[in-house]
Ligand binder design. Structure first.
Ligand code: MG
Length: 203
């Protein structure tokens, strides 16, 4: 199983981090060991003073595929979930300014929180999925799939040029504006169309 992440897919988030808009989806990977075990808390690692949450819509791949045409991309995912792309922003900024790869800032152990629950895509209007993240009971991020720069199908098609997609792979589709730092004892809750499908405690 692999985790493929898309960066800079919402204009609001690009602006808040002073990044440039991409002409193609920006891709990075997290290793399988980044997946946080189900119902485990997130432990703030000692190598960072600025771990940030990024809530994102997830696609679960249901079919093996390579060089997938955009018009057939919908056949390759059947379930939609919610995730948090935990980011060591201090490490990432440091590496980014030096033009170095930022894997350690994005792919460390526990950096991929995946909702326990996924929703069948047939129950959703794919270009109108609302999602939000609460931090200690206050909404800090609110997004809608209609605001994505690259659609689910464009992402699947583009990613599959480079990486064969396998059943069970997860795609993180990017975060909207509102990312922020976490601290010990915080509680994050994720909602997809107002339904809570994710919770993580910070330790
Ligand atoms: Mg992200």
């Amino acid at each position: 199983m692999k985790i493929i992440c898309i960066g800079r897919n919402y204009a609001g988030h690009i602006k808040e981090l002073n990044n440039m808009k991409e002409s193609k989806p920006l891709i990075f990977l997290k290793p399988e060991t980044a997946v946080q075990p189900k119902n485990h808390p997130f432990f703030i690692p000692d190598f960072s003073d600025n771990i940030q949450y990024e809530s994102e819509i997830l696609l679960k791949i249901c079919k093996l595929g390579k060089n997938i045409e955009e018009k057939f991309a919908y056949k390759y995912y059947n379930e939609i979930g919610l995730g948090i792309d935990f980011t060591a922003r201090d490490l990432q900024n440091n590496l980014k300014t030096k033009g170095k790869p930022w894997e350690i800032a994005k792919g460390f152990d526990g950096s991929a929180k995946i909702s326990n629950e996924f929703i069948n895509k047939n129950e959703l209007i794919l270009d109108d999925i609302d999602f939000s993240l609460k931090l200690n009971n206050e909404i800090v991020q609110n997004g809608n799939s209609s605001d994505m720069i690259f659609s689910f199908d464009e992402i699947i098609s583009y990613v599959s040029k480079f990486f064969t997609l396998k059943i069970g792979d997860i795609i993180f589709t990017g975060t909207p504006a509102g990312v922020g730092r976490i601290k010990k004892n915080d509680i994050l809750e994720g909602f997809l169309n107002k339904k809570k499908i994710l919770e993580v405690k910070i330790k």
